[in-house]
Ligand binder design. Structure first.
Ligand code: NDP
Ligand code: 2IT
Length: 446
């Protein structure tokens, strides 16, 4: 079996030189899915995984725009249309200087499995730019978004490809992107998700990823006979996902001790309660400031520059910032300090060596493609509401989100059994694969 997997990965590597993040995501899937393919006659000999690692289409374009000093700036824009077997391409846009083809291909590849797990009819895609919104004025961000959409609009559509937010793309950016799409097409359609509620957005979409992560955590803990109540929770990031994960942990009686950004982490031993979290939300999302400023308002808390929060003792860890932010040494710290459950809010935040460390030590571990699927799931519900030309209430959307997270947990449970333990990585990869592979087989050689 190892030889089959190695041969497959060598073939993919040969075609995708200098794409380490993409290879990392493919390797994890191949290790779980190839043994399953070999065991199951209908998939064997169909080169199905080789087809799945090749994007259906990649769009790569120039984005020129004029900054506030009247200088012409040039960025790169991308959209990876990975797989449309079970629905139109769906996935976020990331604006961050680290964006490149490898990062977006790993995200698009994971999105295919994640969207399949949601039970909703969505294919997988991802896009973005190396544009850095940090330190830019609202007008600069608007001009960038308008220029970006002036090319992207011809490739997307409500039945073709439906982008949304990700790192660096929130409500403000979705607004500018939507406005430009509408001008260019002269059509008001649900072409993007994460829209404002007064112009086609869904209630609970901003909260959905973070809430979903915590609903999934609840299910994992329930399964070992415990709950989030009185648990100490360490969270990284302080953006959209981290903020609403923290909000839900607090609502469910857990204590949130840390939050972070690319400058370092804050540790508040007394716990970040809802009033303090409101302050963080204002600091990060309104003032667009640094998390370090938290200690000016709450001087009992400490700031650790340039560090990640995994050295803080906890019961539950929720990495919610970015890829490869939790390494083997961090996993060793978490195990040593008694952490029982790690649930990914970000996409691929744990390195393969960290995941192995969790597995070896029987720490419950959920991969982002399962545990952070609540965001894209509510995007799917936003698309459904747009098609119906109707809006569901908060309670309706939240209850559907809870059900979806519970069903994803069930799928991981069904496909991830291993010696009386649930291997959520294996469960998510196989359950996500089966639905897409069956659709691809039914649709012929595509
Ligand atoms: P935001 O832009 O709102 O926040 C990102 C957070 O992560 C910020 O605190 C940011 O710090 C930190 N961060 C980003 N890049 C780095 C880096 N290279 N090193 C250290 N810290 C970093 O993004 P989201 O909260 O939306 O996304 C967070 C993660 O969740 C990403 O992995 C994303 O793909 C994933 N995700 C998002 C979903 C969504 O619906 N938004 C859905 C599913 C997954 P700083 O402010 O200093 O940059
Ligand atoms: O990684 C993700 O799932 C997202 N950024 C959300 C994608 C979406 O289409 O809502």
């Amino acid at each position: 079996m190892k030889k089959i997997i190695d041969n497959f990965l060598a073939q993919v590597q040969e075609r995708n030189q200098n794409e380490p993040e993409f290879m990392q995501a493919v390797t994890e899937v191949a290790e779980n899915v190839i043994p399953y393919i070999v065991e199951n006659d209908i998939y064997y000999g169909q080169n199905i995984l080789l087809r799945m690692v090749e994007p259906e289409r990649v769009v790569f374009f120039r984005v020129s725009w004029i900054d506030d000093q009247n200088e012409i700036q040039v960025n790169r824009g991308y959209r990876i249309e990975m797989n449309s077997a079970i629905g139109p391409y769906k996935g976020g846009l990331r604006f961050h200087p680290s964006v490149n083809l490898s990062v977006l291909k790993f995200l698009a590849f994971e999105q295919v499995f994640k969207n399949s797990l949601t039970t909703l009819p969505m294919g997988g895609g991802k896009g973005g730019s190396d544009f850095d919104p940090k330190g830019k004025s609202d007008n600069e961000v608007m001009r960038f978004c308008q220029s970006f959409m002036t090319e992207l609009f011809r490739h997307i559509g409500p039945n073709r490809d439906i982008p949304a937010g990700d790192i660096g793309v929130g409500g403000r950016e979705i607004g500018y992107l939507f406005g430009q799409y509408k001008r260019l097409k002269n059509e008001f359609t649900g072409v993007l998700t994460g829209k404002g509620v007064s112009w086609g957005g869904s209630l609970i979409r901003p909260e959905a990823t973070g809430y979903g992560v915590v609903y999934f955590t609840q299910k994992m803990l329930e399964n070992i006979g415990t709950s989030l109540e009185e648990k100490k929770v360490v969270i990284s990031g302080s953006g959209n996902v981290a903020q609403f994960a923290a909000e839900k942990v607090i609502q469910l009686g857990g204590t949130v001790s840390t939050l972070s950004d690319s400058g370092g982490y804050i540790y508040d031993e007394e716990g970040i309660d809802s009033e303090k979290l409101d302050h963080v939300m204002n600091l990060k999302s309104v003032q667009r400031g640094r998390i370090q400023k938290y200690i000016e308002r709450y001087p009992n808390a400490k700031f650790f520059a340039g560090k990640t929060p995994w050295e803080v003792p906890c019961d539950v860890a929720l990495p919610c910032a970015t890829q490869n932010e939790l390494h083997k040494k961090d996993a060793v710290f978490l195990v040593k300090n008694g952490c029982v459950c790690v649930v990914e809010g970000a996409n691929m935040p744990s390195t393969p060596e960290a995941i192995q460390t969790f597995a070896k030590n029987k720490v419950l571990f959920a991969p982002g493609k399962a545990s952070n699927a609540g965001g894209v799931a509510v995007s799917g519900l936003e698309m459904a509401q747009n098609s119906l030309r109707y809006n569901w209430t908060r309670e309706e959307v939240d209850s559907r989100l809870k059900n979806i997270m519970s069903e994803i947990h069930e799928s991981c449970f069904e496909y991830g059994q291993e010696d009386g333990f649930v291997n959520y990585v294996k469960g998510a990869n196989i359950a996500g694969f089966v639905k897409v592979a069956d659709a691809m087989l039914a649709q012929g050689v595509v």
